[in-house]
Design a protein around this ligand. Structure first.
Ligand code: HEM
Length: 409
């Protein structure tokens, strides 16, 4: 028999190894599915959504904070809720590690979601899945945002922004050729639907059909792990890292170092960032970039002037800034249009376009997403699914559905 020859056996051995390696990277991703809770907790999505909408009423930033939790969970020992565990004697949690302490937020809202789900369907929906569902809802909610429009007249164009600030004057003084315009408040809310969706198709939810908007079918069925990996948090990409390092870290978790990296970084279209990430070593782009005692030459000078006012040298490192100064709380493609004009906040953002290595790899993808929001949304949805597939725990001997996301049962 052919299969008994040494050569065939070697080929079969290689195949097994390759399959095992793939399995190791993505775990039992194939076992996740969209309708995992269809019978055991059919209202899970709506329950999560209700709690998030309530939380958002007093916390504009919560949607951004929640998607960041999913990212930080998935990159450290897979999407297993390990970030949510509190430290206990003998186990220091990821949430207390450098990339998370003082910046990861939204934990009480996750607790509130968990409580609501436990009341409806006890012991069914995992904390890891809560983060995945919350991420999708967060994006959809911010894409549907009613943008209160401040009209900033320059040359017959305007910018959507929830509040006027000196930023515009500063920003535009470098680009506008005409006289600076006046700022007026238009009727309060201008957008109620997602204009890129065909009419009649403007619903969000667990649909896998790609309607052109950034909603996606969230794959579910992850169990919660029983440990948290404080040291493993070093696998998270850092804001001061160069493109090669970012690509390596994405590839290390089984993601694509180009398209997944660029698309997922687009989550920096909303949320906040502390001054430390642009004005303190090792991320100092404003005062001492890479030990040069000079600012990062890549950064647009008007943007640098603006950030220097907000983040003075030796000032309060915790002062918050918009990651996307153009539309700070809307999920859109302005992250990329900012980068195109050298107004990325983090080194890791600007590297996607400006690193020499970006030519022919990530830069063309930035260009594409800057010119097509639809292309960005389609890629973002796919990359979120890819990220959610990082090493999920599905074997009941390895995980559980926590009753409380902060501790193992
Ligand atoms: C590519 C490498 C990445 C780096 C180096 C990075 C780094 C950072 C840093 C330093 C902050 C600010 C934290 C603070 O100052 O408190 C931040 C915020 C944020 N990140 Fe990333 N990030 C990356 C990728 C991602 C990805 C993949 C996502 C989600 C898919 C994401 C979503 C966010 C969001 C939404 C915020 C704002 C959070 C809030 O307002 O609470 N980031 N990121």
């Amino acid at each position: 028999m052919a299969s008994s020859t040494p050569r065939a056996a070697t080929v079969a051995g290689v195949l097994v190894t390759v399959v095992a390696a793939l399995y190791g990277l993505h775990g039992a991703a194939a076992q996740l599915c969209e309708n995992y809770y269809a019978e055991t907790c059919p209202d899970a999505y709506d329950i999560v959504k209700k709690v998030l909408i309530e939380a958002h009423q007093s916390d504009e930033r919560i949607y951004a904070s929640l998607i960041r939790l999913h990212f930080h969970d998935c990159f450290v020992q897979g999407c297993d809720g390990s970030l949510l565990l509190d430290s206990v004697p003998g186990m220091q949690s990821e949430k207390d590690s450098l990339p998370n302490k003082g910046s990861a937020r939204g934990f009480p809202v996750v607790d509130a979601v968990k409580e609501a789900l436990e009341a409806a369907c006890p012991g069914v929906v995992s904390c890891a899945d809560i983060l995945a569902i919350a991420s999708e809802i967060s994006v959809v909610e911010r894409t549907n945002a009613w943008t209160c429009r401040w009209l900033l007249y320059t040359h017959a164009n305007y910018i959507d922004h929830p509040y006027p600030s000196g930023y515009f004057t500063l920003l535009l003084s470098s680009t506008a050729t005409g006289p600076a315009g006046s700022i007026t408040n238009s009727p309060p809310c201008c957008r109620t639907t997602r204009p890129w969706l065909p009419s009649g198709n403007n619903t969000a939810g667990l649909s896998s059909g790609n309607s052109g908007g950034p909603s996606w079918g969230v794959l579910l069925g992850r169990l919660d792990g029983k440990t948290s990996d404080f040291t493993g948090s070093g696998n998270l990409p850092a804001p001061f890292e160069d493109l090669a390092t970012l690509q390596r870290k994405f590839r290390a978790v089984g993601l694509n170092g180009d398209v997944d990296l660029v698309a997922l970084s687009g989550a920096h279209t909303f949320g906040r960032v502390q001054c430390a990430n642009v004005a303190d070593p090792p991320a100092d782009r404003l005062y001492n970039f890479s030990g040069t005692n000079m600012p990062d030459p890549t950064m647009d000078s008007a943007y640098r002037a603006f950030l220097s006012q907000r983040c003075p040298r030796n000032g309060d490192s915790r002062v918050l800034n918009d990651l996307d100064p153009t539309t700070p709380d809307t999920f859109d493609n302005h992250y990329y249009t900012n980068i195109e004009v050298n107004r990325g906040f983090l080194t890791s953002d600007q590297e996607l376009k400006s690193s020499p290595l970006a030519q022919g790899t990530t830069a063309p993808i930035v260009d594409q997403f800057a010119s097509s929001q639809d292309a960005f949304f389609a890629s973002f949805a796919q990359s979120m699914i890819n990220m959610g597939n990082i090493r999920p725990v599905t074997d009941p001997s390895q995980g559980e559905v926590r009753k409380n996301c902060r501790r193992v049962n």
